[in-house]
Design a protein around this ligand. Structure first.
Ligand code: C5P
Length: 305
């Protein structure tokens, strides 16, 4: 039996470029791995690839072949010519489901690492990264962890230097948001703004030098000022109440706030661990979210526990 711990991510910068012919968007995506994470346990099985899930949101997790953990196990087996893979994967779920924190992607990455160890395959890390990119845009980063710039559709990764620890709070909403729907709303808002077509007239985004400097310097105030998410207007358009959540966190003393990825989870940067605990308590009492978690990062990517 092998257990793998895997982090959630927040995008401290999510620059969204034009809509590509393949339906994806070119990104300048600064991923940041946080300690809030899932655990995936792989056990030998003679009944094919099977799944179970525990945790407060377990009912919202699909246990069929659409689950990225099951797809990861099958993809790894196929890569190694294993015709009839057998594994049971148990997901201990702490990452919000459909929350903009890449929880499904994290489970896919964890399943790759867990099955690789269980089946004693010793797949090179570069190959795991390639398989991860086939599974989804955010899966490679869940393998890598730390802080990284993601280009292309997010899968071409460059690790970034970062100093010290940053303290975060995540406000979990009731219900999720569909990532494709949020990207579509982003394109619709851009077309509606009349500044040109979302497909052809959006410049390729780049990482913000001020944000990179704040990460490298361990400067929480500087990072808070540079937080940016091009999907935020779309998430707010689909879920206007998120504006109240963002305001409740900043009113409680957060240094900065933004929607995490495609949302609806909202992320708050705090001065220190005590500040994060205070912001989380205020958010839980505010009635603007289902719950709130204080955590920290960066942390490593998917690894055997
Ligand atoms: O890669 P992944 O399966 O996680 O992407 C889910 C959906 O999010 C894509 O089908 C696409 O609609 C949208 N997406 C995008 N541009 C990206 C990443 C995702 O439009 N760079």
């Amino acid at each position: 039996m092998i257990t793998v711990r895997v982090p959630a991510k927040v995008n401290v910068q999510l620059g969204v470029g034009g809509l590509r012919a393949d339906g994806f968007h070119d990104l300048a995506n600064v991923f940041f791995a946080v300690a809030l994470g899932d655990e995936v346990t792989a056990t030998e099985s003679s009944e094919g690839v099977t799944l179970s899930c525990s945790g407060p949101d377990a009912d919202a997790v699909p246990l069929d072949d659409s689950n990225l953990a099951a797809r990861a196990a099958r993809l790894l087996a196929a890569h190694h010519g294993i015709a009839d893979p057998g594994v049971h994967l148990h997901i201990a779920k702490a990452i919000p489901v459909a929350g903009g924190m890449a929880g499904g992607s994290a489970d896919g990455a964890a399943a790759l690492v867990a099955c690789d160890a269980l089946w004693k395959l010793e797949t090179p890390f570069e190959t795991l990264l390639e398989l991860a990119a086939e599974l989804g845009s955010d899966v490679p980063f869940a393998l890598l962890g730390g802080v990284a710039l993601g280009r292309g559709r997010g899968e071409i990764l460059e690790p970034l230097p970062v100093e010290g620890t940053f303290h975060w709070v995540f406000a979990v909403a009731d219900g999720g948001l569909s990532t494709p729907a949020v990207f579509r709303e982003c394109d619709r808002l851009r077309d509606e703004a009349g500044t040109g077509s979302a497909a052809t007239d959006v410049p390729t985004p780049d990482a913000d030098p001020a944000l990179l400097a704040a990460l490298a310097d361990g400067d929480a105030v500087g990072l808070a000022a540079a937080l940016a998410n091009d999907l935020q207007p779309a998430a707010l358009s689909l879920r206007p109440a998120l504006a109240d959540t963002l305001r409740a966190g900043t009113d409680a003393g957060a240094l900065g706030a933004l929607v995490s990825g495609s949302g609806p989870t909202c992320a708050f940067l705090a001065k220190d661990a005590d500040g994060a605990a205070a912001v989380a308590a205020a958010l839980r009492a505010s009635g603007t979210c289902r719950t709130a978690h204080a955590t920290y990062g960066p942390v490593p990517g998917a690894a055997v526990a």
